[in-house]
Write a protein that binds this ligand. Structure first.
Ligand code: IMP
Length: 496
């Protein structure tokens, strides 16, 4: 017979509600800190300012998501189902973003305006610095300097603003100094040059304002955004060195079943070659698996199996567990491990976090932060194109175990006998920043209701209750007619 049979059904996040604790002035929403450890480390830079990260998936986490989410206080795990070069380039782009200093696409003075326009369309940039073959700065060209109809055949050199007419800065690394120069000069863009007149970066006034609007930004000791990359258990000997060269801050060894010797080999290889590079491991759903991973040196653990919105692992293999039950078992083990060793290993709730209340419940149950795919796939910053289906704006979303994503892996490593994920669409939700604002406001409000001023207190104070199917019905809008709402329920119900 089986080694273990659990008769208590496994629980999902949807089945719990929080009970209110005493709300104090200290725990009022404006006083709440959402800061949380990214990995176990003594270094202050390995903290998040919001407890939310984006999943390592092709349809979720490219460089743009990495930049925008790090600016907002979280991180995107850059996916590894792509070539080593492409993933390293994404990490470099995030690290070179340098909060306000842009590593620009340049053009030559001989280039035709028509050609430059096609680069503009491809990249979305409207201002280009003009440089010679030695990268010496010659001038700037922006959308105000030409008319495509009239100047298609003219050269950039004929239309650009010459260097003498541009305001430039030399060897500036401080954003405030760049800002002062921009303000004094009444210009909107400042090329930064080295002492030999070679172009280093551009600073845009709009980006400075943007930077000042990002008090939660997460960055390294040089004020560069944090960048995290996923790594598979196949090509790690090539991939990890390339990511390290691109200056990755943390890696996450990703496997749908992380309780394995393959994961161990990968983690041990990484830690023996790069002892200072923190490694996140996962995914697991039991206490012994947590022990196995932390004892090999993992500095944070991803928890969850079978719950992802695109996941069919439970149906295909019969393996998996409700995310709430997984978090409860692993968080208990994490606390036990902390008492024994003094090492606090963050637990990440991953897969099947479908709403803000799910995030809150996951945190209350003991997760230190949550990873989401579907939530971020809907945003402008995800790497996919919008598409209109039945008059609704959608974005495609597919699992890393779907045929579409596996294609890349299978061409190199193995032929999977079955898929573990599906492809579909999610409703477009607009900009990340606007969505996060609402999500974080709701999390703060729930924490305040429980009387917790930070996530550690939330773990200590939260009181939760399992609810019945009828309670779920009661918690939704009921017995009221709302014009235009397709979920309308019968409003003719009488009070007895
Ligand atoms: P979501 O937030 O519910 O959409 O779940 C995202 C999570 O699902 C990811 O972080 C992965 O852990 C997991 N996942 C991604 N792709 C697949 C797949 O194809 N099959 C099963 N799980 C997947």
């Amino acid at each position: 017979m089986a080694k273990r049979i659990i008769y208590e059904p496994s629980r999902t996040l949807m089945e719990f509600r929080l009970l209110p604790g005493l709300t104090t002035e200290r725990s009022s929403t404006e006083n709440i800190s959402l800061r949380t450890p990214l990995v176990y480390s003594s270094e202050d830079r390995f903290n998040l300012n919001i407890p939310i990260v984006a999943a390592a998936m092709q349809s979720v986490s490219g460089a743009e998501m990495g930049i925008e989410l790090a600016k907002a206080g979280g991180v995107a795990f850059i996916y590894c189902s792509q070539s080593v070069e492409a993933q390293s380039a994404m990490i470099s782009r995030i690290k070179n973003y340098k909060a306000g200093f842009v590593n620009p696409r340049t053009v030559s003075p001989e280039m035709k305006i028509g050609k430059m326009y096609s680069i503009r369309e491809e990249t979305g940039y409207s201002t280009f610095p003009v440089v010679n073959e030695n990268n010496e700065f010659l001038g700037l060209i922006s959308k105000y300097d030409y008319d495509l109809g009239m100047h298609r055949e003219a050269t950039v050199g004929e239309r650009m603003i010459l260097r003498e007419a541009c305001e430039v800065g030399y060897n500036i690394t401080d954003l405030n100094e760049a800002n002062r120069k921009l303000l004094e000069s009444h210009k909107s863009v400042l090329p930064i040059l080295d002492s030999n007149g070679r172009l280093q970066s551009l600073v845009f006034r709009k980006d400075i304002n943007d930077h000042l609007n990002n008090p939660y930004e997460v960055h390294d000791e040089f004020k560069r955004l944090l960048a995290i990359a996923a790594v598979n258990t196949h090509d790690f000997r090539v991939r990890i060195p390339a990511l390290v060269a691109a200056e990755v801050d943390v890696i996450s060894i990703d496997s749908s079943d992380g309780y394995s010797e393959y994961l161990q080999q990968t983690v041990e290889w990484s830690l023996s070659h790069y002892p200072d590079l923190p490694v996140i491991g996962g995914n697991i759903i039991t206490a012994p698996a947590f022990r196995y991973l932390v004892e090999m040196g993992c500095a944070a653990i991803k928890v969850g199996m079978g719950g992802g919105s695109i996941c069919i692992t439970q149906e295909q293999k019969g393996t998996g567990r409700g995310l709430a039950s997984s978090i409860i078992e692993v968080a208990e083990e994490r606390d036990r491990y902390f008492l024994e060793t003094g090492k606090y290993i963050p637990v990440i709730a991953d897969g099947g976090v479908t709403s803000t209340k799910d995030i809150t419940i996951a945190l209350a149950l003991g997760a230190d932060y949550v990873m989401m795919g579907r939530y971020f796939a809907r945003m402008e910053e995800s790497p996919t194109e919008k598409i209109v289906i039945n008059n609704r704006v959608m974005k495609p979303y597919w699992g890393e175990g779907s045929a579409r994503a596996r294609d890349w892996l299978e061409k190199r490593y193995y032929q999977a006998k079955f898929v573990e994920g599906v492809e579909g669409f999610v409703e477009y939700a607009g900009r990340l920043r606007d969505n996060l604002e609402e999500t974080l406001a709701k999390i703060r409000s729930s924490m305040s209701t429980s009387g917790s001023a930070n996530i550690k207190e939330f773990h200590e104070n939260a009181e939760l209750e399992l609810i019945s199917a009828l309670s779920i019905r009661e918690g939704k809008v009921h017995d009221i007619f709302i014009p235009g709402d397709t979920n309308n329920v019968d409003a003719s119900h009488n009070y007895e």
